[in-house]
Write a protein that binds this ligand. Structure first.
Ligand SMILES: Nc1ncnc2c1ncn2[C@@H]1O[C@H](COP(=O)(O)OP(=O)(O)O)[C@@H](O)[C@H]1O
Ligand SMILES: [Mg+2]
Length: 277
């Protein structure tokens, strides 16, 4: 098992070994530094071992007595530090695929692998920890907490990550990072606004800042520029490209916009439930 995934599972006070038995682990220290940066731009990046991938994923939804087949054997890998765009028509299953990769939903068949370890079948608490520690997620529908301000929404992953005492001890550092992220997405002047007091584009940018709060290793972004005008969208893409290039952030981004997809290292096209290009 890779060290990063092992660490996450080790942080679970009551987790499970590969046989399904419960085992006790010790909590680990806060990971705040990022791993090594990518080579300078212009240097070709060799496809390394897969960071996140899936094997023969199948997923259907049931609506009354009608089954809606969405994914029908999706199989692909994303290398460490790669920026991949998933492109496809509306309703082709892009969001469904991203939710499965992020372990928010379970496939009917097939496997999701992180650093070579199967993660789709982990217990719910371990999947929650995995997402909190390693993944940043930007949802198409934002999923901001309505009772929290933009600033508090960005801070939320840190509240979840830490114990009450741990958060209290590092609150200055976290609050500073949350403010820097709001500045990065151009929302410093909306920090005290609740989601109901933000526009769609502002909610989207708050969700982007929140996804970056704990310096994730993998960013799963569902139409992150979908509600932004071209110039704000370009700014967001510039930020994502910089994080990818300078901090080796692995990005899987869903979009229906070929211009946005063209900024990724690689485009994966989905149609009729399968990868077609
Ligand atoms: N919870 C659900 N129940 C039933 N059908 C769903 C559900 N979620 C998505 N679908 C259907 O599955 C298909 C794929 O949806 P989705 O993954 O959101 O597509 P995309 O993100 O590519 O637009 C669509 O036809 C959609 O109507
Ligand atoms: Mg979608």
């Amino acid at each position: 098992m890779s060290s990063s995934l092992a660490k996450t599972l080790a942080e679970s006070a009551r987790s499970f070994d590969s046989t399904g038995s419960e085992v006790d682990y010790e909590p680990a220290a806060l990971r705040i530094a990022r791993p090594s940066a990518k080579p300078a731009s212009g240097v070709p990046v060799l496809a390394g071992p897969a960071r996140l991938g899936c094997r023969e994923l199948f997923k259907s939804y049931q609506k009354g007595s009608v089954g809606i087949p969405v994914l029908q054997g999706v199989h692909f890998d994303v290398s460490d530090g790669e920026f991949v765009a998933i492109i496809g028509a509306s309703g082709s299953g892009k969001s469904t695929l991203l939710h499965l990769l992020g372990t928010l939903d379970k496939p009917d068949a097939g496997e999701v692998l992180f650093d070579g370890n199967r993660i789709d079948n982990l217990p719910a608490t371990s999947r929650d920890l995995l997402r909190n520690r390693h993944f940043g997620m930007i949802f198409q529908a934002y999923h901001l907490l309505p009772e929290l301000t933009a600033f508090e929404n960005v801070l939320a992953p840190a509240y979840i990550y830490e114990s009450t005492l741990g958060y209290w001890a590092k609150r200055k550092q976290y609050r500073q990072r949350a403010m820097e992220l709001l500045e990065l997405v151009g929302l410093a002047d909306r920090a005290k606004h609740k989601p109901s007091e933000l526009s769609g584009g502002e909610m989207q940018r708050t969700a982007i800042a929140r996804a970056l709060m704990l310096k994730p290793e993998v960013l799963l972004a569902d139409e992150p520029t979908g509600n932004l005008d071209r110039s704000t969208g370009d700014q967001v893409m510039k930020t994502l490209c910089e994080l990818n290039e300078k901090q080796n952030l692995t990005i899987i981004m869903v979009t229906h916009d070929p211009l946005i997809a063209g900024q990724a290292d690689r485009t994966v096209q989905i149609a009729e439930g399968r990868i077609v290009g």
